[in-house]
Every structure is written in C-alpha cells, then in structure tokens.
Design a protein around this ligand. Structure first.
Ligand code: NDP
Length: 334
C-alpha cells in the first residue's frame, strides 16, 4: 500500500483520551479528520477544541458500534481509518460487556470499509499489549510474536468469575485477532491493509472532556491515584506517553512498511514509585518511598524495537510526561 500522507482519516471514538490526541496529531500534520462519537453532546467539546481547523474536522454520530452497518456512512470518502473505540475498564461483571463492543466494533468497521470504503488504503487498529502478554511464571520479554491466549482461555473457562484483567485482555486479544482474520479472508476484495498498534498503560496531559479526576479514563486514573491516594504506589507495568501513541497512529499511515504489522509502542517497564520519583521535588503530591522502584525485577517487559525501526518513533521520557501531566492537573485545579 502507498504511504498515506494527506487526505481524510476516520477516527472512531474520537472523544476518548488517546483518540483526541490522534485527531490533534492528524490535523497538525495536514490531514482532514472525521471523528465518530456515540452521541451529539460528546462531539461539542471536540468541535470547540479543534475549532481553528474549520471544515477540516467533522464529527459524526455512530450510536452503537455493535449494530451491523453502524459505520457504513462514516467510512465513505475517507483514505484511512483509525479504530480506537473500545471499552477499557476493569469493572465488567459479564465479559460480554467488553467482548461484544470490542469484537463487533472491530469487525463492523472493517465490514463497512469492505463494502463502502472505496477510497480506504489502510486501517489502523488501536490494540494493546493486553493482546500480547500472558502472565509468566518467570520474567519474560514479550514481542509482537506473542499472543495473549491465556486471558481468552480464562474467560472461556470461568466466564463472569474470570479476573477483571482477563476480561479486558481477552476483549483486546479477540478484537485484534478478528481484525487480522477479517483481512486475511477478504484481502482479495479490499484495497487496504491493516496495522495493529499495541501500547501498554498510556499517560499524559488530557485534552478530551473530563468533568473531574474521578471521571478520567482508566490509565489516567491509575496515574492520578498513584500521586494522590495513599497506598496506591505499589504496582508496576509498562507505559507510554499519549502523544507518542498518537504520533504512532500518524506514522503508521505514513510508513508504507508498517502495513500488515503489529507494533508494540512502549517506552519501557516501570514501577509506580518511578512516576513519583520522576516528579519535581517541589511537587505537592505524594512522594512514596523514593528509589524503591529502581531495582524492581519486572515479570513482564516488552521489546519495542520495531516501533523505532519501522516508525522511527522517539519516546518522551518519564520526567517529561510526569511534568506535563502534573502541569495539566494544576491547570484543571485538581
Ligand atoms: P477512553 O475510555 O478515554 O476512550 C474510549 C473510547 O471508546 C471513547 O470514545 C468511548 O466512547 C468509546 N467506547 C467505549 N466503550 C464503547 C462501547 N461499548 N461502544 C462504543 N464506543 C465505546 O479510553 P482510551 O483512550 O484509554 O482507550 C482508547 C483505546 O486504546 C481502546 O481501544 C483501549 O483498549 C486502547 N488502549 C488504551 C490504553 C490506555 O492505557 N489508555 C492502553 C492500551 C490500549 P464514550 O466516551 O461514549 O464511552
């Protein structure tokens, strides 16, 4: 597929934490953007944020992404699709709450692109390292060759009794697999390829509409808790700045060689304490036990070499991300 360096891009779930940065990065690089939201009121803030782009930014309503043909109109006339809309939380009782919109939303947008996306050249799926990792018994470095079949098996076997993490991880694994399967089945009929981006926990300043700290998206809430809630500093994972995963969504269109690839987008492994240690010493927030995360042995790490090789992505440092996020909270009066 040729690199897509101009034209119109459809971004699903455009009012989400990551998606709004994807929209901003696309507009800044000259693309036009059509964003989908579930209801008109969710588009108002977006129109205000991107008012200076005039007609280059439009919002359309897709009330239910699980309905057949939901994206049929939205895909018409776009050159590429960035599919980010999917639930990300750890509160589902019934796994179907996560699995249905994740899988049906993904297959649905691809089916709409197959039938009506005559100018589409590439579809980028916002997947996750949740679709890559499995919980190892000894420390492991995961690559794009790995798939999280463990979470899918747990959900198949335990249903509602599966862990909340497994329910979310299964939704991302099944959705991403469905995307690759769909493309492999229909590649002779479509003029587009697929890219999957697999980020870990995403942190950074918030430019979508959030009424209070407790209304934040899941990963931002995790970071906020670490800084503000006693007892939330024990934990670890891998992370990436929201501006880097957003830029990866643009570079994924521009780099021809990204077609057909899964790409882990990760700045590295960290302990929650590292976030606190990366803050300026004048920060008014919790300090935890400085240095306590430094020598942690991380059970799960990700190899993100492909993101540097194929996308030439440069990552923010944790100090930059933390400083910009704390400044954003300050501005919001949090
Ligand atoms: P947000 O919760 O901020 O945004 C999620 C978006 O998906 C919103 O537009 C939301 O719409 C939409 N959405 C959620 N549930 C449904 C549903 N049932 N039907 C239709 N639309 C729905 O999350 P993020 O920005 O953090 O996540 C965006 C994507 O990135 C997701 O696919 C997530 O799995 C993935 N991801 C996120 C990571 C992170 O750390 N944040 C890490 C790895 C992957 P509405 O506002 O109407 O609910």
């Amino acid at each position: 597929m040729p690199a897509i360096t101009s034209g119109k891009v459809l971004v699903s779930g455009a009012n989400g934490f990551i998606a709004v940065w994807v929209v901003r990065s696309l507009l800044e690089q000259g693309y036009s953007v059509r964003g989908t939201v579930r209801s008109a009121d969710k588009g108002k803030h977006l129109k205000e944020v991107f008012a200076s782009y005039g007609e280059k930014f439009e919002v359309v309503e897709v009330p239910d992404i699980t309905v057949e043909g939901a994206f049929d109109e939205a895909v018409k006339g776009v050159d590429a699709i960035e599919h980010t809309a999917s639930p990300f939380h750890f509160k589902a009782e019934d796994p179907a709450e996560l699995l249905e919109p994740a899988v049906k939303g993904t297959v649905g947008i691809l089916e709409s692109a197959r039938k009506h996306g005559t100018s589409v050249k590439r579809v980028i799926i916002t997947s996750s390292v949740a679709a890559v990792l499995s919980v190892p018994s000894t420390p492991q470095v995961f690559t794009e060759a790995d798939w999280n079949d463990q979470a899918v098996k747990e959900v198949e076997e335990k249903g509602r009794e599966a862990s909340n993490a497994a329910k979310y991880r299964a939704s991302k694994t099944l959705a991403e697999r469905a995307a690759w399967d769909f493309h492999s089945k229909h590649k002779a009929e479509v003029a587009w390829d697929v890219v999957a981006l697999n980020p870990p926990m995403v942190f950074g300043p918030i430019i979508h509409e959030v009424s209070s700290p407790h209304a934040q998206n899941t990963s931002s809430q995790t970071m906020y808790d670490v800084f503000t809630k006693e007892g939330s500093t024990v934990g670890s994972g891998s992370w990436v700045d929201v501006r880097d995963i957003a830029l990866a969504h643009v570079l994924g269109l521009q780099k021809e060689e990204a077609g057909g690839e899964r790409i882990i987008i990760s700045a590295g492994a960290f302990s929650f304490q590292d976030l606190l240690d990366a803050a300026s010493s004048s920060s008014k927030h919790l300090k935890g036990t400085p240095g306590a995360g430094k020598d942690a042995v991380h059970q799960i790490r990700f190899n993100a070499d492909k993101s540097v090789r194929l996308l030439e992505l440069k990552y923010h440092t944790m100090a930059e991300t933390v400083a910009d996020t704390l400044e954003d909270w300050e501005k919001k009066g949090w």
